[in-house]
Design a protein around this ligand. Sequence first.
Ligand SMILES: Cc1cc2nc3c(=O)[nH]c(=O)nc-3n(C[C@H](O)[C@H](O)[C@H](O)COP(=O)(O)OP(=O)(O)OC[C@H]3O[C@@H](n4cnc5c(N)ncnc54)[C@H](O)[C@@H]3O)c2cc1C
Ligand SMILES: Cc1cc2nc3c(=O)[nH]c(=O)nc-3n(C[C@H](O)[C@H](O)[C@H](O)COP(=O)(O)O)c2cc1C
Length: 763
Amino acid sequence: MRIACLGGGPAGLYFAISMKLRDPAHRIDLFERNRPDDTFGWGVVFSDQTVENLMANDPVSGGVIAGEFAHWDDIDVHIHGQTIRSSGHGFIGIGRKRLLNILQERARALAVDLHFEHEASPDLADWAGYDLVIAADGANSRLRDRYEPHFGVDIQVRRNKFFWFGTNKVFEAFTFAFEKTEAGWIWAHAYRFDDDLSTFIVEMDPETWAGLGFDRMDQREAIARCETIFAEYLDGHALMSNATHLTGAQAWLNFRRIKCDIWAHENLILLGDAAHTAHFSIGSGTKLALEDAIKLAEVLNRPGLTRAAALAEYQAERNLEVLKLQNSARNSTEWFETLDRYLHFEPIQFAYSLLTRSQRVSHENLRLRDKAWLEGVERWFQSQARGKAVNEPAPPMFAPFKLRGLELANRVVVSPMAMYSAGDGTPNDFHLVHYGARAQGGAGLIYTEMTCVSPEGRITPGCTGLYGPEHVEAWRRIVDFVHANSAAKFCLQLGHSGPKGSTKVGWEGYDVPLDSGNWPVMAASDVPWSADNQIPRPMTREDMDRVIDEFVASVRMGLEAGFDMIELHAAHGYLLSSFITPLTNRRTDEYGGSLENRLRFPLELFRAMRAAWPEDRPMSVRISANDWMGDLGITPDDAVAIGRAFWAAGADLIDVSAGQTWADCQPVYGRMFQTPFADQVRNEGRVTTMAVGNIYEPDHVNSILAAGRADLVALARPHLIDPSWTLRAAAQQDYRRVAVPPPYLGGMAQLARNLQREAELKA
Ligand SMILES: Cc1cc2nc3c(=O)[nH]c(=O)nc-3n(C[C@H](O)[C@H](O)[C@H](O)COP(=O)(O)OP(=O)(O)OC[C@H]3O[C@@H](n4cnc5c(N)ncnc54)[C@H](O)[C@@H]3O)c2cc1C
Ligand SMILES: Cc1cc2nc3c(=O)[nH]c(=O)nc-3n(C[C@H](O)[C@H](O)[C@H](O)COP(=O)(O)O)c2cc1C
């Protein structure tokens, strides 16, 4: 094949090498606009796994690269005058220029024709003599831009400003240094990549950047300012720029996140940064470029594969890996962009939050990397939770938590789950066994299902209620059992179905109206849940007064029944949620319009409940923190204001759920997918939060808690099939101080022993 490779960065060079290795008969011309020794940037980092891939593909260049790597294990986080060092992270770094020189030499040896100082034309017609044209011309690819409509290009320009410096200061650890200036926070990511050279990337938000005057400074002044700010870390060494061709503000970059739906058009193929980018804070761009090159060369040389099939396979395989890394990179980018959220953390928690920011590294990963450090975090967390020095490390999920006068034994919560198994609102033996088993299963707090304040407030005829004396009696029996037979506390979730009422029980069709016997429904406005549901009656002031009275009456009955805590359900499109989201609140009176107006009735109702509930018992509010409808609905930013408003009205915990407010919403599911909202509401709103949503491993729970992303963690579906989820988690972590019903102690010991034995065998 005759191939034109446009761009001589890692992607282009390594592709040329990989093709020649597979078939020396390929004729490859590589065109690079710069000279062999010119390059932007300084060092790049890799993982051990990437080096193994390089060795497997080409032991010659792989061996040279591996022999020249600078290796280090430690990460230092400098914040608020303290240095937090953790170890076991295993990075390797190499100079970008050195990497390119190694690859150039190898390409030459394999008879690739290298043409430097040659500006490649972005017009395919100029490459007519070639079978394949490879666009390896980097993030600003002119070829990609020229044929943009064919590639489905999506470019996001991120907000922070950064400058990629070098320095002769040799950093022994990968270093993150955060410094406060008069205009805001500014930080450096620094690592050694050679005997006497380190990369030093300076980053800050655009407000700080302008506030410090970087937009008006030339490079010399900017460098001098950065040297002063980071003097403590540079030990008198200078910062060096190799972007001297750029003037003043231009040398500061904004990261561009690039994604393409399609990576090939006719015989033009995108490779490396031209096809996708990953934020520098997770250091994976070069890895992706090199691995793209290996895969493309492999499929193009696979016997019997047509070119179309080869290209389809190249994209299918690489895309998955790229998406995973881009997701982690997005989390990491956002962490740095929302740094203000975490600056009030103590340094140890700040460092933990930084290390786990991409969500690729979890609590247990950190234990593997540096057990002693992680145990220090666990001791710190337990000491905070217990208000006294704790010498024994223990998983964060087993730290107690106090809400007003209520002490929870641990941070695991059974999330509210409708069982649709009641008759006329009365819970029965099913509920006794259901809640009893989950209370005995070890969670610190269990929630009732949404329990309704009136017959019309039920979602289905099977919903539980708390609006008559028979309900109080039935609930009291269950609450008494829970209190007598477990250490769990019991929270009553009270709600009103509003526009989503009068429907079938869950397993007969979610939100589907009853075949007969429907009752009229009401809401903030006459917006039905779907075309099949009833059009609700917009509530009058009299309706509001009546509903407030009903909630208050249920609160009093909840007290009689002996509940420890009450939650107001203001999420998921039910009555109160129909007021909060602008998608369903179309009112023109003082209960519609601005968020303040839309919150007026829910807050009034909440205050009335609070006044009827004893001072020393806590209350929570469940909210939908994202309508998943972009700016048309509630956004996580709104959720911060909503959380704060309920907090000011006396809530002790914001239970941060999301969605179910609009039938056509577009949720983005995934592991712990709603936790970022709990994090934002907690750390921007400075309130206590509970995270929920596809959290299913003890490792998830510990990571969320230790990183300060939430104070409690609720699990719903995992508890449906495993009422003893918490006891199992305790056994898995060999934690013995959890409350186990005495007759079950033997089972716990046996499980712990078996798990231990399995772990030993695996090791
Ligand atoms: C601040 C910063 C830090 C980074 N840190 C790391 C890190 O630690 N680890 C890591 O793996 N990655 C890192 N990266 C990313 C990494 O640099 C890129 O992902 C990687 O270089 C991509 O390789 P590439 O060959 O696709 O593109 P590039 O390296 O950009 O190479 C493209 C080449 O094409 C040439 N070119 C462009 N247009 C033309 C044209 N018209 N004619 C001829 N030649 C042309 C360019 O001169 C360039 O040499 C970092 C990036 C930044 C911005
Ligand atoms: C069967 C079932 C019933 C539910 N009923 C309620 C409910 O009554 N009140 C409520 O706020 N959320 C309810 N939810 C939502 C859960 O509390 C939880 O937010 C959701 O299932 C996501 O958590 P998970 O991924 O751990 O299941 C229900 C979920 C399930 C699976």
